[in-house]
Design a binder for this molecule. Structure first.
Ligand code: PMP
Ligand code: GLN
Length: 381
């Protein structure tokens, strides 16, 4: 077996969801909503299956979806993407990430990654021959600064991975942080892999700004999106790669031999969702913000200390400030095994020198589930 993968534990998301399934626990771990998602989009997928969208679509994706993606980003983020040469449909953001790392990294290239990180990044970077350069962020602010970037960037820096809005921290980066990172990318001639899968799950007054829209970044960003997150249909695994034509041509080489194509019926439904989704995109963040607020209030009532969340499905508990002196993983195991509620210990999302004091909770759930989850967490203290 390849040692990079053979030595890995099972991803924390599957570990915790597996425990939740086995123990019949409430699952506030892995990020997925418990409502069924927009009915018109699901109906469109069913109709597409029945009406013949079932053979190989074009390798780069259905033209109707690529056009819809370009129009969506023009409307919502002011971007000017050429759908024919700058938009590729992938099988989830995960495949987009794999295509980007395998396509753009040459052996020995350094790739800057911020911790806590989405756990797919480092194994894929290593398998591509890249050398991860980790920038460690800490609670409660989780911000990076100029000194951290000075220490991370070298003449061997090829890529920077920026997840924004950020899973697991719930931070939506302000423009000044993006501008600082852009300055380093330009100075070091680095490409930014922009994992923006949570771009649509941002709570006012926070606002998502795509790094590709900053000065100097248009030709050096690979912007990654996910329909699963846009529509709360996380099992759909329809993703987007958006990048300048030269980068897109390179990514097409890896995409063609990772998955080649993505189920066309789901692509058709996502295209429909993007073209008709104005009301959904207007309503969904407010509904999730209400769930975030409910979970926050209930947790505080029980004496838990909660960090702010500006986006994603997640908020974080500060365990020591909540009077809990167990490490996050120990507390998460106790909570699922003894109290019946699953969560994600954020230490699992560090590659080295983990912060062990933070527990991630998913709030894209019904009020009853959130309330019961808090009752159970309180029993686990
Ligand atoms: N990146 C981040 C930051 C994520 O949170 C997720 C989903 N959990 C992904 C990538 C993967 O997205 P997809 O399901 O579309 O592959
Ligand atoms: N993105 C989701 C999360 O962070 C699920 C990730 C996964 O299951 N791989 O919980």
């Amino acid at each position: 077996a390849n040692p990079i993968f053979a030595t890995l534990p099972t991803t924390i998301f599957e570990e915790m969801s597996g425990l939740a399934r086995a123990l019949g626990a409430i699952n506030l771990g892995q990020g997925f909503p418990d409502d069924p998602g927009p009915e018109a989009v699901r109906a469109k997928a069913a109709e597409a299956v029945l009406n013949g969208y079932n053979q190989y679509p074009p390798m780069a994706g259905l033209p109707e979806l690529r056009q819809a993606v370009a129009r969506h980003y023009a409307r919502t983020q002011g971007l000017d993407l050429d759908w024919e040469h700058e938009v590729t449909v992938t099988s989830g953001a995960t495949e987009a990430l794999a295509s980007a790392f395998l396509g753009l990294i040459e052996p020995g290239d350094e790739v800057i990654v911020f911790q806590p990180l989405y756990d797919a990044y480092v194994p894929l970077i290593r398998r591509a021959g890249g050398v991860p350069k980790l920038v460690r962020l800490s609670p409660p602010e989780w911000r990076f600064d100029r000194a951290m970037l000075e220490a991370a960037f070298t003449e061997r820096t090829r890529l920077v991975v920026l997840n924004n809005p950020i899973n697991p921290t719930g931070v939506v980066l302000p423009e000044e942080d993006l501008a600082l990172l852009a300055e380093f990318c330009v100075r070091h001639d680095a490409v930014a892999i922009c994992d923006e899968v949570w771009e649509q799950v941002v709570f006012a007054p926070a606002r998502h700004r795509p790094l590709i829209g900053l000065p100097g970044m248009r030709g050096r960003c690979v912007k990654i999106g996910s329909a699963g997150k846009m529509f709360g249909l996380t099992g759909w695994k329809v993703g987007f790669l958006c990048a300048a034509p030269a980068l897109t041509r390179t990514l097409a080489r890896t995409h063609q031999f990772l998955t080649f194509t993505t189920p066309p019926n789901l692509q058709a439904a996502v295209a429909f969702g993007l073209e008709t989704g104005e009301a959904w995109f207007a309503e969904m963040p407010g509904r999730l913000a209400a769930s975030r607020d409910r979970l926050t209030e209930e947790l505080r009532r029980e004496g838990f200390a909660v960090l702010p969340s500006q986006g994603t499905y997640f908020l974080n508990l500060d365990l020591p400030a909540s009077g809990i002196d167990l490490a996050d993983r120990e507390f998460a195991l106790r909570a699922v095994q003894e109290a019946g509620v699953a969560s994600i210990p954020v230490s699992a999302l560090y590659e080295e020198a983990p912060v062990t004091t933070i527990l991630r909770l998913c709030f894209s759930k019904s009020d009853e589930t959130l309330d019961e989850g808090v009752r159970r967490l309180a029993r686990a203290r």
